[in-house]
Ligand binder design. Structure first.
Ligand code: HEM
Length: 482
């Protein structure tokens, strides 16, 4: 069978383009027993689903609005933009009677069954992670609703509720939980809660992102979209066997990750890197940058190891243009600790120059922050009182190759990156182990690189998650809806 040519109008918009958002709700749902009725209502949702083509249109409108305002020297008026996407878990597919083997064992088993392997803290036999109850029961799917404001998103969610008759006597689904995220305010826009600019490094997708930034690697479409070129079994050129309706769908690894921000800040404050010419504040700032691999501004420490360069942090021509391949990079941690978060999760030349390609390990990260800003009281006490963190949402054609591998075999594996003169240790941001023991990494002190630093057991606390499949629009029409 010949595969139809790629058409962005067939792909749900969050995957390749990212739904534009100030606010984003994740409506986690269970399908009710009248499955045929659910399928009929799903048919009504399809025209509301934002495709890649529509997101690209929305983004052009946003850019034009901003430009026009700049030319008139006025602040840009807020454009009303809203977006809707839908994805299903394996239990959701089973509920719908869709039983084809879709070709991803992590998806089929579900994330609850994967929690121990991911290193999520928990206990017992069988193992139960320390998650909130909502995620310990089957979740059949998620509707992602995005927009320019809480008002727009709430209004759109009301339309979705109406379509599925949520809460009515003839409901076809019910809400398990809605997780509400929002971009951080003011100058913190685009920064995650520890304070670091996020969403900088994404793979460019072949024939979609046609003008990659310097240093941005292009991956085959099949690394993100099922059934496309390079959707292969890891380390081989063998295409993964998938049913025809999986074409142009993508797997979504969803994680509800709390961040202990006052605790993180206190640690940095108490453990500044001591070096001639550095004030304690600068030493703390440098430690933070070396844990993440970037300064809070986004500037990569592989390019700017000693001092931040805020202009470079937000400059796409500079902020991804590095590979950990300066002559001193492979064997020393002068510039960047081997275990820094960005190096662990995308080791670039550390693997590629040893002959191991990393193309099939790449993921596209979406997601958004949740929870309030740190209060003065929390900052003073160094203790989290209000829950906040990251709704992590990452797309890939293969969870086993992508998210699962990055978390388990890279972030949590102390010997990774391989072939280094000292043991790298845990990814200080997301590296974890089920028993909540102290974590260590080497190389945080550039003047004593084999010394290890002991970190608290967790700064990032996983409280739930699931693996979903985000079908193409044609698949939603022909396979999911009635
Ligand atoms: C990059 C923070 C969870 C994978 C980054 C960056 C920051 C960050 C600040 C640098 C910005 C950029 O390069 O785009 C966080 C925080 C997390 C978190 C605070 C938890 C609350 C995760 C998880 C994974 C992950 C769970 C996957 C298992 C990545 C990847 C990159 C990245 C692949 C890009 C690295 C590169 O290409 O250079 N993260 N992250 N992150 N993160 Fe995370």
């Amino acid at each position: 069978t010949t595969i139809p040519p790629f058409d962005p109008a067939n792909v749900q918009g969050d995957i390749l383009a990212g739904l534009p958002k100030k606010v984003q709700h994740y409506l986690l749902f269970q399908i009710d027993d009248n499955v045929q009725a659910f399928r009929q209502r799903l048919k009504l949702l399809i025209p509301l689903i934002t495709t890649t083509t529509q997101v690209m249109d929305d983004r052009s409108k946003i850019a034009a609005n901003k430009k026009a305002a700049q030319e008139q020297g006025k602040p840009a008026p807020l454009l009303k933009i809203s977006g809707v996407n839908i994805s299903f878990s394996h239990t959701g597919l089973v509920k719908l009677g869709i039983t084809d083997d879709i070709g991803d064992s992590a998806f089929t088993a579900g994330q609850l069954a994967d929690a121990q392997n991911l290193g999520d803290p928990g206990s017992g036999t069988p193992f139960v992670p320390n998650w909130i109850p909502a995620f310990k029961n089957p979740i059949h799917g998620v509707v992602i609703i995005s927009g320019d404001s809480e008002l727009t998103v709430t209004a759109t969610q009301a339309i979705v509720n109406g379509i599925f008759n949520i809460g009515a006597h003839n409901a076809t689904m019910h809400e398990v939980l809605t997780i509400k995220g929002q971009v951080r305010p003011g100058a913190e826009k685009g920064h995650e809660h520890f304070g670091f600019l996020d969403g900088i490094s994404q793979p460019a997708v072949q024939d979609v992102d046609t003008k990659p930034n310097p240093g941005q690697e292009t991956v085959g479409q099949g690394v993100i979209l099922c059934g496309r070129d390079h959707d292969v079994v890891a380390g081989t050129t063998t295409p993964v066997a998938r049913p025809p309706w999986a074409l142009d769908g993508s797997f979504l690894a969803f994680r509800y990750l709390f961040q202990l921000v006052p605790e993180f800040d206190t640690f940095l404050k108490n453990n500044p890197i001591k070096s001639t010419g550095l004030t304690p504040e600068q030493g703390s700032e440098l430690l933070g940058a070396r844990l993440v691999g970037r300064w809070k501004s986004g500037a990569p420490i592989d390019l700017f190891p000693l001092q931040d360069n805020p202009a470079a942090g937000t400059d796409p021509s500079q902020n991804n243009n590095f590979r950990y391949d300066f002559p001193d990079d492979p064997k020393t941690q002068d510039r960047c600790p081997f275990a820094a978060h960005t190096r662990k999760t995308n080791p670039r030349a550390d693997l590629e120059d040893l002959g191991f390609p990393t193309e099939n390990r790449r993921i596209i990260r979406r997601g958004v922050q949740f929870g309030p800003e740190v209060t003065p009281e929390e900052a003073k006490s160094g203790k989290t009182k209000f829950g906040r963190g990251l709704i992590f949402a990452a797309y890939q054609s293969n969870i086993v190759n992508g998210f699962q591998f990055i978390q388990h075999s890279w972030a949590n594996t102390v010997g990774f990156p391989i072939q280094k003169p000292v043991q790298p240790g845990f990814d200080p941001i997301i590296g974890q182990q089920t028993d909540l023991a102290i974590r260590t990494l080497s190389g945080t002190d550039p003047n004593n690189q084999s010394a290890t630093l002991s970190l608290p057991a967790e700064w990032v606390v996983p409280k739930g998650g699931e693996y979903f499949f985000s079908p193409s629009i044609p698949a939603l029409r022909s396979k999911f809806a009635l």
